[in-house]
Design a protein around this ligand. Structure first.
Ligand SMILES: Cc1ncc(COP(=O)(O)O)c(C=O)c1O
Length: 363
């Protein structure tokens, strides 16, 4: 059996044909394919607007700028996420304030958000981590009475549902990434969704040099545009997304029913979630006989690639670390005990069986 990688891009002839057509058209920059991708993505997420952008970090940065968040402001973010959830806040000139996560779902803990709100708080970014929605209603109940913006970091959760509704349309902004390992991909790329026409207008200025008319620049902007090449891939991937997510969910179900090794906690799904398993994340408990490193080494020997998402919680990264007691102990504990197995849609049944067999042989 060939080595089983933690992630593999699922691309076919359709993506190649889409890109080839763009290359033949001579229009490589942001054009008709981008406009079509934005329209179809907005429809898919059931939002009024979608603005294509060149990556998910830029999506978060642009959303914060569109909400007028900057110097002197605080934004509450989960400590257990990819670094960009926090660095986007710093890029906007504001301060990320870290909230801890729920030990079962690994998503932002609404009770802990309340503890961190100050007079300077302007927004909360919740992350639909590993493909599972955070408890949006509970977070919205904290945001709304205080006038805080709610930003969904949906970089890992295209197509996930919260109480039957698509993520991306549940807050003031939804921010997506189409990086090469995500549930749908364009290589590098992203999207910001919003229901608000004012935000839509601002986002379009922010991603294009603040240009309101040709060579007229009315605010500070960036070159955050997506290319038609990326959009051509995105259009095909969007068509395939439901199928990809169905495969991810079926693979996760297989693991749920076949992994029986003692001392491993399998992913917990909240009753409000339709999880789309960007990652299938195990938690090693004290009862598991191997250290995490030894387990990873053993699985590598069995031809199974694994990864740690994430080995250092954001509040303990050198750029954000503060002296004193740990403010997000659940995030810290998770970072020492989680391990991701391959769950991508290209896995074959015999590969799934091999992974479970290798895991269950640990004694
Ligand atoms: C939760 C989360 N937020 C933000 C990002 C940033 O996206 P990108 O890598 O496209 O900049 C990522 C992806 O890597 C992510 O996983």
């Amino acid at each position: 059996m060939n080595p089983i990688h933690i992630a593999r891009p699922a691309l076919g002839q359709e993506e190649i044909s889409g890109v080839t057509a763009v290359l033949r058209s001579g229009m490589l920059a942001s054009g008709e394919r981008v406009a079509e991708f934005e329209k179809k993505f907005a429809d898919y997420c059931e939002t009024a607007h979608a603005v294509a952008i060149n990556n998910g970090t830029a999506a978060l940065h642009a959303a914060l700028l569109a909400a007028d968040i900057g110097r002197g402001d605080e934004v509450i973010v989960p400590a257990f996420s990819f670094i960009a959830t926090a660095t986007a806040v710093s890029m906007a000139g504001a301060k990320p304030v870290f909230a801890d996560v729920d030990p079962e779902t690994f998503t932002i803990n609404p009770g802990d958000i309340e503890e961190r709100v100050t007079k300077k708080t302007r927004a909360v970014i919740g992350v639909h981590l590993f493909g599972q929605p955070f408890d949006v209603d509970a977070v919205r109940d904290i945001c709304q009475p205080r006038g805080l913006k709610l930003i969904e970091d949906a970089a890992q959760a295209h197509g996930a549902l919260y109480k039957g509704k698509k993520v991306g349309g549940l807050g003031d902004f939804g921010c997506f990434s189409f990086y090469a390992t995500k549930n749908m991909i364009t290589g590098e790329g992203g999207m910001v969704t919003t229901g608000d026409p004012t935000y839509n207008d601002r986002l379009r200025l922010i991603i294009n040099h603040g240009q309101s008319e040709k060579y007229l620049h009315t605010r500070l902007g960036y070159n955050y545009r997506m290319t038609d090449i990326a959009a051509a891939i995105g259009l095909v991937q969007l068509e395939k997304l439901e199928g990809f997510n169905a495969s991810r969910r079926a693979n996760a179900e297989y693991f749920d029913s076949h992994i029986s090794a003692k001392g491993l906690d399998l992913p917990k799904v909240a009753p409000y979630s339709r999880h789309v398993y960007h990652q299938y994340v195990l938690r090693l408990t004290e009862k598991f006989p191997l250290s995490r490193q030894a387990f990873m080494d053993y699985l590598r020997g069995e031809g199974v690639g694994t990864a740690i998402h994430y080995p250092i919680p954001i509040h303990r990264q050198p750029i954000y670390q503060k002296k004193g007691p740990d403010t997000c102990p659940v995030s810290t504990a998770l970072s020492t005990s989680v391990l991701s197995l391959p769950v991508h849609p290209l896995l074959e049944r015999d590969e799934l069986a091999h992974i479970c067999d290798a895991v269950n042989r640990v004694k």
